[in-house]
Design a protein around this ligand. Sequence first.
Ligand code: AHR
Length: 834
Amino acid sequence: MRLNLQLLALTLCLNTTAVMAQNDLNPNLFLYSPGPGDGLHAARLTENGWQHIGRLCSSDYGTWGAEKKMYHPSVTQAKDGTWRLVFQVNDHSPQIAVAYSRDLVNWRPQDYPIMSVKPCEKPVVFENEDGTFDIYFRSPKGKRWVSATTDFRKFAADEPSLIDDDAWLRDTATVGGRLYEGNAFTASADFVGRLQQHFDQSGRDWQKTNERMHDDGKRFASLTQPIQATLTVDLAHQKTISDKLIGIFFEDISYAADGGLYAELVQNRDFEYTPRDHRGWNSTTAWHSASPIEIATEHPLHPNNPHYALLRQDTLWNEGWDGIAVEKGKKYDFSMFVFADGQKQDFLVMLIGQDGTVIAKTKLKTRGSEWQQFQAVLTAKATDAKARLAIVPQKAVRVGVDMISLFPQETFKNRKNGLRKDLAETIARLRPKFVRFPGGCMSHGQGLDNIYHWQHTVGPLQARKPDFNIWHYHQTRGLGFYEYFQFCEDIGAEPLPVLAAGVPCQNSAANKEGIGGQQGGIPMSDMPAYIQELLDLIEWANGDPAASKWAKMRAEAGHPEPFHLKYIGIGNEDIISTVFEERYEMICKAIRAKYPEIRICGTVGPFHAPSADYQEGWDYTKKHPDLQFMTDEHYYESTGWFLHNRNYYDNYDRQAAKVYLGEWAASTRTKRPNVETALAEALYLTDIERNGDVVHMTSYAPMLCKDGHSNWNPDMIYFSNTEVRPTMAYEVQRLFGNYGGDRYVRSTISSSKPDLNYRLGASVVKDTKSGATYVKLVNALPVSVSLTVDGLSLSGAQGERFSGKPEDAKAECLPVTLDGAVTLPAYSFTVVKL
Ligand code: AHR
């Protein structure tokens, strides 16, 4: 019965869509794809034939590079005027891609319904008389299938269809000299005109986005003299703003955790490296010995840590993370689990310098029949940036060894299993008001199996569950949730854990079944357990050890007092698909019901407006005001974009959820922070302070990057084993972090040349706790600005300033005292306290 109805419906639809195009004398809009990587494009009919208008949308399916392809797009315009798109995603997945739009400009984020066959070839979409839709596709042997949908979000299980070849008839048009297949439509001149205008405007915006200070010589050729400007301060007009505007984003990317902030000096201490971490890696990576290292799993130290090494008499060497940096006179804690099976074994444990000299040496006597931890202290007799660890068995006895660890005794706040002192202190100097962790993409992971489960990262180190890192290396989880929370407490910052919304990263590769993207999300049957895991986190952080097993765990780890968790982030710049929304809502409702005091942070995708996820994310957020306190926006943009979008938050709805600008950075083509990016960020942050009633938090991203292990640029702080190099982005964050307030005083800065105002910024904030007033002044022009200040006296105000050439990677931040006449040097940022 159903098949007949479908056939009938199809005939009707062909009459309204394809036939409309074929019979109409003048279809004027053609939708097509120039190639699989190019997405869906539009062309309009002109006197000179079909002219390209622009790209409407592109595939968001699967991994970057290998996937993100759109094959055989099929579009229909529904009776309600909306546009429905389906396309094939690849030649191996049991999924089709679907999306819809009201105007061909703004698209709802794509969904990838899972079908019973793979691949789903050449999907075509038709609207039925009753307003529902049928999507037909083929399997490789030519069999036809159909799936039905009423709302274009939920799709019925597919079933065989008898539809004939006519369903796949397509229109053709020659655009730019090439013949394409696609769908032709007759649209009103007004509609096509608006589409054209949209793309014309995008082109103009694109030019502004490309503005670079390094071309200022040409841009401001006639600007040779200092200009006058006035800062008008209206002390009578103040508003409360967030006192948490500046925080940090911590993600284990570019070796930020293992080999970075986490002070462990031994690489692959648990012998758990695998090729999943990185091609070519295995249990012996970073270890060396004269003969092949024997790895066993029969008698594991812990089920989560199954591999260990079997040692006889050969020396076992560890190369550390690009070597082990040791300093003369400093002490290092060595520890190792040994399974001696009742035998006695002694070891010499040494640090060997690059020239082969012994820098430190100690003896370890090991006895016992079960796994047991043995410890010793090494004192360095010399400084060496690239020492190695040597473990020398003293007898030809076979013993198992695991969790071989070396920590500097001097860690941040001298904590055991602690953080690298110099790096942590550099971070602490930012005075961040919150710490977001553990990511980024690390939080939602590469595929369902790699979603970050916080409970795998607490407890004894040997019981933590290592995993591969989405950034192509290994996570020991030695830096786990306990350590993150402890760090927050140590630097006086609010913890902001961000965990997956029941979906992995949309850029994930396909799973074993060939399902890519969000891989269909955590199956609904497993969602209760996943939700419980998130509730357990709140209990672990805040609960009473006498009443809760999770809080007891925290107390046993050394922290009986609660961590006072107030915020939790759910989701990380996910595609706001149906799969996402269903799971996100379940999670939020459960948290709200059990812990109404916890402030939930949602997510609105990876880009700013206008973009599909941003739009859908904010629509969802506004429709569910009861669920989230704030939502996380991400955008990495050019300096030009920041210069020309300084009013971005001015018109945000003050009644809606707050904004957490959780990942952002300005960049130029060099992809390294410099004075230009710093000034663009400083200008934008003055605007954010002005909008501190709607923006609750911001964090520059990424924060850390180890030399030689970069996954991403620009970053705020670069480092090696011996050096920490804060960038100009760091200086801006530090200045805003140290000179922040909780009241915004209305103020405007304007110059004698209004066209130049977009390069000037000012912000006046008060800190009601200390009574201080802070004034920030940014001049991103190539000439100095002579500033008149109305409504406030800056005379005698002291603070800090940097200035330089836009391309300078470093400009020193120097103390400054303002006198009566305030001059802002060219390309400078000044902060003073009153
Ligand atoms: O900050 C680096 C990455 O950028 C984050 O992991 C991800 O959320 C974003 O795409």
